[in-house]
Design a protein around this ligand. Structure first.
Ligand code: ADP
Ligand code: ADP
Ligand code: ZN
Length: 215
């Protein structure tokens, strides 16, 4: 199963990707997670990426495509993968097409999660992540343990720097301008499936599974 999860910031891509990892035993490829790891390691790429991420803009295509190209060559991607947060621009989508062609692989489906803007902002401002195991939570919709620690490992939770209201506004604008056009791109390829992302987490999960059964 080779899938792209498309959707604005806060749509639930990371949450749904984690559930699909369990269901299909294929890896999640999150460019956001990989970039944040590089930022933490303070590698030259991380230092460059951080400037764009803090402003809510996009990291240059060449950087992101390089990361994904390398990742897709790993053995664990042969049976399938879930791309979460990539591609985000038309040049990235073109590069992905090229990389997959070189690897002799084809996408099965592009799932586009549909969520209202008000819900997106509420999801992003309440989002928290475990600093130890990386699991994502929401203060209201997917709460951590009662004492505010991670429900899975007891780790401390943190809020992402870019989940502040003014940065969120910019990320939404960037999504509309640069990423939303990919819906048409993949519709023309016959790969796009839109899924209602407004319900509860498990309801959205079931809708995605159903959509994948038809492809
Ligand atoms: P994305 O990766 O698309 O930015 P996330 O998966 O990180 O989005 O979800 C954003 C926030 O919303 C997280 O705090 C997550 O727990 C929460 N969330 C995800 N899906 C839902 C849902 N269906 N209903 C309510 N909250 C959700
Ligand atoms: P979200 O799911 O909330 O939109 P991500 O974790 O996917 O956030 O991405 C966080 C930030 O990392 C983005 O705002 C952007 O700066 C950078 N980023 C992630 N993926 C890409 C990509 N494919 N192209 C360019 N920048 C990216
Ligand atoms: Zn944890």
């Amino acid at each position: 199963m080779k899938i792209i999860l498309l959707g604005p910031p806060g749509a639930g891509k990371g949450t749904q990707a984690a559930l699909l990892v369990e269901k299909y035993s294929i890896p999640q490829i999150s460019t956001g997670d990989m970039l944040r790891t590089a930022v933490q390691a303070q590698s030259p790429m991380g230092i460059e990426a951080k400037k764009h991420m803090d402003a809510g803009g996009l990291v240059p295509d060449s950087v992101v495509v390089g990361i994904v190209r390398e990742r897709l060559q790993n053995d664990d991607c042969q049976k399938g993968f879930i791309l979460d947060g990539f591609p985000r621009t038309r040049p990235q989508a073109d590069s992905l097409k090229q990389v997959l062609k070189e690897l002799g692989q084809e996408l099965d489906s592009v799932i586009s999660l549909q969520v209202d803007i008000d819900a997106l902002v509420e999801r992003l401002t309440g989002r928290r992540t475990c600093v130890d195991c990386g699991k994502g939570f929401h203060l209201r919709f997917d709460p951590p343990a009662q004492d505010g620690t991670c429900r899975f490992c007891g780790g401390e939770l943190s809020q992402r720097d870019d989940d502040r209201e003014e940065t969120i506004r910019n990320r939404m604008k960037v999504y509309q301008q640069q990423t939303a056009p990919l819906e048409d791109y993949y519709r023309e390829e016959g790969l796009l499936v839109t899924v209602d992302g407004m319900g509860e987490i498990l309801k959205v999960h079931r809708a995605i599974i159903e959509a994948l059964q038809d492809c």
